[in-house]
Design a protein. Structure first.
Length: 165
């Protein structure tokens, strides 16, 4: 996982990056995006000022479509959304998805389709949008995040900070 993702990260993460965490931390592994933004924000505090300015994080909760104004203000080149997605992998596996890889209609358990937000940002701002999808193990209400997913987030934070800095 790490070598493939590191290579993909180098190709995707160019210029100014905004990482947008999506999910609901009350639903176990669905909180993966929020944990990612918290840990990235903590890691940013230790980076040099010039590296910090290239990477920003937004905790979007269950409504990333309401954060498009903030994304616009940060003037990114790349917007990386992070969310739990069941793509058939093992818990904690991660994959990069393009907007076209996501469904365009209907609603999932907590928001309008992320694809619409990603396509809007690409069309309006001319940015590159990707989804860092993390395979969940359990997204039931009031369960803790699984160890597999939490450990994956730690590895991903390390990869992102090394690549984006």
């Amino acid at each position: 996982m790490a070598n493939d993702l590191a290579g993909e990260l180098r190709l995707i993460l160019t210029g100014n990056l905004v990482v947008v965490g999506v999910g609901d931390e009350r639903r176990g592994d669905d909180g993966v995006g929020l944990l990612m933004t918290k840990l990235l924000a903590d890691a940013l505090r230790s980076l040099q000022r010039r590296d910090r300015s290239r990477l920003n994080v937004i905790d979007a909760g269950t409504s990333p479509e309401l954060e498009t104004w903030r994304i616009r203000e940060l003037a990114p080149d790349v917007v990386l959304f992070v969310d739990a997605v069941d793509f058939g992998g093992s818990p904690g596996d991660a994959a990069f998805l393009k907007p076209s890889d996501l469904r365009a209609q209907g609603f999932d358990t907590h928001r309008a389709p992320l694809r619409l937000t990603m396509e809007y940002l690409e069309a309006e701002l001319g940015v590159k949008c990707r989804l860092l999808a993390v395979q969940p193990k359990d997204i039931r209400q009031n369960v803790p995040m699984s160890n597999d997913v939490a450990q994956s987030v730690q590895r991903l934070v390390s990869l992102i900070t090394k690549t984006a800095a």
